[in-house]
Design a protein around this ligand. Structure first.
Ligand code: PLP
Length: 383
């Protein structure tokens, strides 16, 4: 059986380093906010050229933290795609704000900047909600069209979050999304390109004041620099705002330091796998992924499209090739989100894509012979 994502192959490569990192944490015993957490935050920020990184418990909290830090809430509209994982829209009603779903571009699956601007203008004209922020998603590992999206945000005074849970490490014209976004959120869920051995997440920002407020929020709203302190108490028990408990475990940080050390090499390996698919699947009756001009994807997923997607998936399964459908039902059609507003013209592209997308096995250690078997199996399908 071919693996969809082979985490064991990666572990075999770095197992001694992982074992040593875990042993160091067991020896010092600082399991919460230990020295590896600060070290990992510094390394993560350096990797993508951000001034600061703030680690937290998962990639979902990493989306919620900047919204909370900006006091986004009731009466605010936050624009996001519907063709994404549930976490993207989920954090918006957490704050009391309203998600407004916007359609995607047909070639990259990422937020359509023209549709975004039309949706913002329609919401502003209606006057019921105040346009406040945009969450763009780096779906399947490639960056959204940040120059165009950031221009829309500037024109309308909106904050911009890049949901880079799948795309951390991806670049556009040589720059990471932090060049354009006010905050970049990512996830260390094991199956993500930069995954740990459990849950974890981080927010990247160039804004020191935002970092301080999120640092407070991740520890129950503890008092931080700039907060008034009523008397001479331990700041741990002074609460300046209503926060949450969202910390990255020291053990996960120690493991992620070792994984980050090989991440740039793994992105190259993923590109090699993507290139082999593109060549092997050329001329077959399906579409292979296209990457935004001047973009480098982390290839979190390799998603092809076929008009008989379910037939192809069943055929591949019979050949021992696992596949997955991301995403079968766009978020605006799911019950908890169905009543939220949609951008002008609805979301026809998102709805059409849900019926055609199919993700093939993708990871840095996919051997060429194994990949050729997958390619042959796809080519042999005459549906
Ligand atoms: C995985 C993912 C998240 C959430 O990450 P968790 O760590 O699982 O909370 C958010 N957005 C997208 C697009 C994701 O793929």
């Amino acid at each position: 059986m071919i693996a969809f994502i082979d985490l064991a192959a990666q572990q075999a490569r770095i197992r001694p380093a992982i074992d040593a990192a875990i042993a160091r944490v067991l020896a010092h015993g600082a399991y919460v906010m230990g020295p590896e957490v600060r070290a990992f935050e510094a390394q993560l920020a350096a990797f993508c050229g951000a001034r600061r990184a703030l680690s937290c418990a998962n990639g979902t909290d990493a989306l919620a933290l900047p919204l909370m830090a900006w006091d986004i809430g009731a009466g605010d509209a936050v624009f996001c795609p519907a063709f994404t994982f549930a976490a993207t829209p989920e954090v918006i009603p957490w704050t009391g704000a309203t998600p407004v779903f916007v359609d995607i571009l047909p070639d990259t699956f990422n937020l359509d900047p023209a549709r975004l601007e039309a949706a913002v203008e329609a919401v502003a004209a209606e006057g019921r909600l105040r346009p406040a922020a945009v969450i763009a998603v780096d779906l399947f590992g490639q960056t959204a069209d940040y120059p165009a999206i950031a221009a829309v945000c500037r024109r309308h005074g909106l904050r911009l979050i890049a949901d880079s849970a799948q795309g951390f490490g991806a670049t556009l014209a040589g720059d990471h999304p932090i060049r354009w976004a006010d905050a970049v959120s990512t996830s260390f869920f094991p199956a993500k390109p930069l995954g740990g051995y459990g849950d974890g997440g981080a927010v990247l920002t160039d804004d020191e004041a935002l970092w301080d407020r999120m640092d407070s929020l991740r520890v129950h709203g503890k008092a931080v620099a700039g907060d008034a302190s009523p008397g001479d108490h331990d700041p741990k028990y002074l609460n300046a705002r209503v926060g949450m408990n969202s910390r990255l475990d020291t053990l996960q940080a120690a493991i992620l330091i070792e994984k980050l050390a090989i991440f740039a090499d793994e992105i190259d390996l993923r590109q090699g796998v993507a290139d082999r698919y593109a060549v092997g699947l050329a001329g077959v009756c399906l579409s292979v992924p296209s990457v935004i001009a001047d973009g480098v994807s982390t290839w979190a997923q390799y998603v092809i499209e076929h008009r008989d997607r379910d037939g192809l998936a069943a055929h591949l399964k019979a050949q021992g090739v696992p596949t997955a459908v991301y995403y079968p039902v766009p978020m605006h059609l799911q019950a908890p989100y169905a009543a939220f507003p949609r951008g002008l013209g609805g979301l026809p592209v998102s709805e059409a894509k849900a019926g055609t997308v199919l993700a093939l096995p993708m990871h840095p250690y996919l051997a060429p012979q194994t990949q050729d078997r997958i390619i042959e199996a796809v080519r042999a399908y005459n549906g």
